[in-house]
Design a protein around this ligand. Structure first.
Ligand code: NIG
Ligand code: FE
Length: 412
């Protein structure tokens, strides 16, 4: 099946030969072709170029993209979209003055979501999660990482990961799974951490690896959650079973998680709302992608990741949603890109790079996703007619997507 998209006003993120990420000043460059064509064959990008060079292809389907921008779908490298119920009451409690940390200390927060998930069947959890997945696909996301971490028992963590596996089998969107048993200590282990850590290391990780339910391991490395030493023990155990680290660090406090992630060659270190100069220094010339989650900063009214300082230091940066019931009940990458521009002072070019190729890197799929490159996945956003791609972050509340194609299939 061949689909030819014609008369594209501007085709963005065109990379003749693949790159795996962009860093520092290179983040400001977003190569494009004006008045372009793009040929998709089955699930792959087959060819692209300027309209005047468009050969006479044999095709099954034509899309006229006059006045429209075409770009690769978003790569959302950090989500928790498999969860049960919601935390609307905590949202209102925060409006009335409680902090996220105070709510967590009272047994709310992650433990509240764990209680709900433990009481929800696998089938019901699948049904709730699939609506969120369908929503983000409509919003232009073509690849998503999904974490466990609201189970917090062997059985419930495995239940979450099986739901992720079923979503992967049932939908065209690319899904990567991350085991996050170390998301919070269950109530009974609040003052006695070791038995829970032992359960993660000796029971959960071997089962996850044996059933091939995840490719990555995550830990919430934060004061009141997992210390640097506890995180290190868990990462080592994960690595011994082939699970690469992608970790939550520096959300509320800088306790050394970034350096630890780099030490263990983490694919990404995520959140980074609070960054010390040494955290920036330690990321230089490493394979670890820093990931910012601006919707989380927005929803919790906490600082934004210091993108300008990091890019100035030559680092790459990826953007993701963090879609979860507590700190970011939104999976809208369009909002993430706009918020990165508005609040973090990233340029539209930088934000789009961060949400496509760098996002792909942060979930280990930069060889197949994140740019318009021959042979990569046919994962495409076609916008409505807009004056330029600057409109995407500028008109931040508008729905500017006309069509989404994922794995060669038209979604909207
Ligand atoms: O990335 N910080 C840790 N985990 C999630 C939120 C968890 C929750 O509140 O449910 C996050 O923000
Ligand atoms: Fe998260």
């Amino acid at each position: 099946m061949r689909t030819l998209i014609l008369n594209i006003k501007e085709l963005l993120q065109v990379r003749e030969s693949n790159i795996d990420k962009v860093s520092g000043t290179a983040m400001a460059e977003l190569p494009s072709i004006k008045n372009a064509y793009l040929l998709l064959e089955d699930d792959k990008i087959k060819s692209f170029g300027a309209m005047e060079t468009c050969p006479n292809f044999e095709i099954d389907n034509t899309i006229d993209a006059s006045g429209k921008i075409v770009l690769p779908t978003w790569c959302d490298s950090h989500t928790h979209i498999v969860y049960a119920g919601n935390r609307e009451q905590e949202f209102v409690d925060r409006i009335n003055g409680l902090t996220y940390e105070e709510i967590a200390r009272r047994g709310g927060g992650i433990l509240n979501s764990a209680k709900k998930l433990q009481a929800t069947s696998e089938e019901e959890l699948y049904n709730q999660s699939k609506s969120r997945l369908e929503e983000v696909m409509q919003l232009g996301t073509g690849a998503v990482e999904i974490k466990s971490g609201y189970g917090l028992t062997v059985a419930d963590e495995l239940k979450m990961l099986r739901v992720i596996k079923k979503l992967r089998a049932d939908y065209p969107i690319t899904i990567k799974a991350t085991f996050l048993g170390a998301h919070a200590f269950p109530e009974e282990f609040r003052n006695n951490h070791q038995p829970y850590i032992d359960s993660i290391i000796n029971e959960m990780i071997p089962k996850v690896a044996q059933e091939k339910l995840a490719e990555y391991i995550d830990v919430f490395c934060e004061s009141g959650y997992f210390s640097v030493e506890e995180t290190e023990a868990i990462l080592k155990a994960g690595l011994a079973h082939g699970l690469l680290p992608k970790i939550h660090v520096n959300q509320f406090n800088a306790i050394g998680g970034v350096g630890l992630g780099v030490k263990y060659n983490a694919l990404s270190v995520d959140h980074l709302e609070v960054m010390n100069p040494e955290d920036i220094e330690v990321l230089k010339n490493t394979k670890t992608m820093p990931v910012a989650l601006p919707s989380c900063s927005y929803f919790l009214s906490i600082p934004y990741t210091p993108a300008r300082e990091m890019i100035k230091a030559g680092l790459p940066l990826a953007l993701a949603t963090d879609f979860n019931p507590g700190s970011t009940p939104s999976g809208n990458m369009n909002f993430v890109v706009a918020t990165a521009c508005i609040k973090m002072k990233m340029t539209p070019e930088e934000a789009i790079n961060a949400a496509t190729i760098n996002g792909a890197y942060a979930m280990g799929i930069a060889q197949t996703h994140g740019s318009i490159t021959v042979g990569k996945k046919a994962n495409i956003i076609i916008t409505k007619e807009i004056p330029s791609f600057y409109q995407l972050p500028y008109a931040f509340g508008s729905h500017l997507i006309d069509q989404v194609i994922i794995d060669g299939k038209v979604i909207t």
